[in-house]
Design a protein around this ligand. Structure first.
Ligand SMILES: Nc1ncnc2c1ncn2[C@@H]1O[C@H](COP(=O)(O)OP(=O)(O)O)[C@@H](O)[C@H]1O
Ligand SMILES: [Mg+2]
Length: 207
């Protein structure tokens, strides 16, 4: 993928102090062994914007969103988040900044409930004990905010695929979210609620 990507806008790489700009990517390249997956990509994301990346197979869509999600580190280029230069060291690091990705692979544990899945790996503990009531209420809040008609105590294995996608999205909202990355556009129709309040970056193959 090169600098001319679909909805991407060109920006000057040395711009600084743009706290209202959520994300600015400048001159981003990613070299895999034998493949230059991204070649000097510029991209910016304003609060509330929704972008869809289009491109044929191998164009670099997944690589770009994986760099923004902290999965891959860029070979070249800079990334600014809310005006500050950042190096996203891991998915966990990106998440702590409010950047969260839902990829194609499902990450849910079927035998656990919705609320347990939403907070899996980030359990709310009270002196080392799982605070189940808090977990339940926070899960319910997230589902309500997103307008998903699900009950937090439902077991994931009995949910439809669309409902499981809702849980995946709800999981991304367990911390304050600024950027939601959807690893395929099939998810985006689920987000009808404007008060979900995150910018969305989604990918779609040209078909
Ligand atoms: N982990 C990886 N190691 C090596 N090459 C990769 C890796 N991930 C992607 N690539 C290569 O980078 C290019 C872009 O891939 P990708 O970002 O998956 O494109 P898209 O999502 O648009 O189909 C492809 O040529 C792909 O083979
Ligand atoms: Mg892809």
């Amino acid at each position: 993928m090169n600098a001319a990507g679909g909805a991407a806008q060109l920006g000057s790489p040395d711009d600084s102090g743009e706290p209202n700009l959520l994300l600015r990517i400048a001159g981003l390249s990613k070299q895999f062994p034998g493949v230059l997956a991204l070649d000097a990509v510029d991209f910016e994301l304003q609060p509330g914007e929704v972008h869809v990346l289009f491109g044929e197979n191998g164009a670099g869509k997944s690589t770009l969103i994986q760099v923004i999600a902290g999965v891959h580190q860029p070979t070249k280029g800079t990334l600014r988040f809310r005006g500050m230069p950042v190096v996203l060291e891991s998915v966990h690091h990106a998440r702590t900044l409010g950047i969260s990705a839902v990829f194609q692979e499902f990450s849910l544990v079927p035998t656990l409930s919705i609320e347990e899945n939403i907070f899996l790996g980030a359990e709310l503990t009270n002196h080392g004990f799982l605070n189940k009531r808090d977990l339940h209420h926070r899960a319910q809040d997230i589902l309500t905010r997103l307008g998903f008609p699900l009950r937090p105590e439902q077991r994931v294995q009995f949910l439809s695929r669309a409902q499981q996608q809702m849980v995946e999205i709800a999981k991304a909202f367990r911390t304050d979210l600024s950027i939601l990355i959807l690893g395929r556009s099939g998810f985006s129709h689920l987000l009808k609620t404007p008060n979900a309040a995150a910018s969305v970056l989604s990918t779609s193959p040209i078909a």
